[in-house]
Design a protein around this ligand. Sequence first.
Ligand SMILES: N[C@@H](CCC(=O)N[C@@H](CS)C(=O)NCC(=O)O)C(=O)O
Length: 214
Amino acid sequence: MKLYSYWRSTAAYRVRIALNLKGVDYGIEPVHLLADGGQQHAPDYVALNPIHLVPTLVLSDGTALTQSLAIIDYLDETQPDPPLLPAEPVLRAQVRAAAQITAVDIHPVNNLRVVQHLEKQFSISREDVADWMRHWTGIGFDALQAVVHSDTLFSFGDTPTLADICLVAQYYNARRWGLDLTPYSRLTEIEKNCLALEAFRAAMPENQPDAAPN
Ligand SMILES: N[C@@H](CCC(=O)N[C@@H](CS)C(=O)NCC(=O)O)C(=O)O
């Protein structure tokens, strides 16, 4: 399999973690989101991913899958071990809800194209952009910390789930934009437990082949 990825992309980071947890053999095809006006807008890439975003996972038969959560669902359905969702339906819904706080509520308003639009159309300063990022992430993390379990290794038990995958990737972005993580001691503890696992560590932005100093 081939993953079109950008080292700093939180959505690609989610899929890298899932691929590693599943033990899938895959190669990285870097898509630089800033070089050449954004390689995600190149016609060859848009043919694979019409919404101009990473990640895209290309299967061995050439099928292109898009949307990180859909890709992770696919991986979980085709390679069930280890499962990324609990079997019990209520807990399963809770894990999905926590993942969606991150992937659906926090992430889309903090995306590169949103920032670029704020800067171009509304002349927002870099400092105000950072404030915007911290604002929406903080609201999401308040909610996330309220829903995760308080006495387990990971967000919803002692094995990592989709909720942890989304949390760890978003935590990277929160640090990057300077969010004060002091109020989120439980989330920080979960992140630490996740990053103790090689599958998470190998997926970290700084461990990617396209990682750059900045
Ligand atoms: N809903 C999409 C979001 C993907 C996404 O927003 N990717 C970002 C990087 S984290 C991107 O490609 N941004 C490029 C841009 O905004 O131009 C998913 O989960 O795959």
